[in-house]
Ligand binder design. Structure first.
Ligand code: ADP
Ligand code: MN
Length: 176
């Protein structure tokens, strides 16, 4: 059994464009948690293993990513930001939030991001069929997986409030 963490780890997942990086950035500012953006870790450490033509994106070298972040994860106090959730160690996370956005809202954000029509279609389908929510529920105890609406700026504020409250309760349950 690994030694108990002094601080929790949070995973923020969801379809690209739902607002993971925005929420994780704000949360890290407020709480002094470390924001681990997996896309950025991959880019900075060249953690790639080919190219997925169908999805129009680089394929991650998952083992390399895991080894880049495992020391931080063991310490706790991280907010991890990634659309996938199935390749992390299950016991790394104390809670998982899956951001959800309405299709029209997401469509607009992905257009603004300059994604191809094909890539937008794939991502909207993924949101409609809640692919990443199911992935999170399959990868972790479904009881720790929560959906958060991420359509408006006031959603961001209420999500920050909710997560901050959860962190406080984690400490009152776990601090000795
Ligand atoms: P992700 O990291 O999930 O791909 P981002 O955090 O990069 O998404 O957000 C995508 C875009 O949508 C950004 O321009 C961001 O400012 C905007 N955005 C994200 N969440 C919200 C929200 N809840 N309300 C309004 N705009 C948002
Ligand atoms: Mn992002």
């Amino acid at each position: 059994m690994a030694e108990k963490r002094q601080h929790p780890n949070i995973l923020i997942t969801g379809t690209p464009g739902t607002g993971k990086t925005q929420l994780a950035t704000r949360l890290a500012e407020i709480t002094k948690m470390k924001h681990i953006n997996i896309g950025k870790v991959a880019a900075e450490n060249e953690c790639y293993d080919g190219y997925d033509e169908a999805l129009d994106c680089k394929v991650l070298d998952e083992d390399k990513i895991l080894s880049c972040i495992e020391a931080d994860m063991a310490k706790g106090n991280n907010v991890v930001d990634y659309h996938g959730s199935d390749f992390f160690d299950e016991d790394w996370f104390d809670i998982v939030f899956c951001l959800r956005a309405e299709i029209e809202v997401l469509n607009k954000r992905l257009e603004e991001r300059g994604y191809s029509e094909e890539k937008i279609k794939n991502n909207l389908e993924s949101e409609i069929f809640q692919v990443l929510l199911e992935e999170a529920r399959d990868s972790y105890d479904p009881e720790i997986v929560h959906q958060l609406s991420s359509n408006t700026l006031s959603d961001v504020e209420s999500n920050l409030q909710r997560i901050s409250t959860w962190i406080k309760s984690w400490h009152s349950d776990n601090d000795t």
